[in-house]
Write a protein that binds this ligand. Sequence first.
Ligand SMILES: [Zn+2]
Length: 113
Amino acid sequence: MDKKEIERLKEKLVAERERIAESMRRFASELDFGDDTDHGEEEADEAEETANFLSVKQSQDKRLEQIDSALERIKNGTFGACAECGKSIEKEILNIDPESLLCKSCKMKERKR
Ligand SMILES: [Zn+2]
């Protein structure tokens, strides 16, 4: 994997990170945490919305973490090496999933576990 390609993936990761952060900001601002509603039904809706928000937020936070750790690996030069076997991760995988930690065969093994 040459520098140019890593640079390209880095841009992709940074853009993805921005996109997630932005969508979470929008999501949070659309949520009305009930300052003027005190009717039972609306409160139930709000509780549901809040629960929904938290579960989305949880998965987005996890993704942000993965992206950050990929960016960290780019910085310290370990990007593209499989965390399991140490071989280079296939380009086709990094193109689809730049934050991937595993090469193709380790991913397959992981899935079977
Ligand atoms: Zn591997």
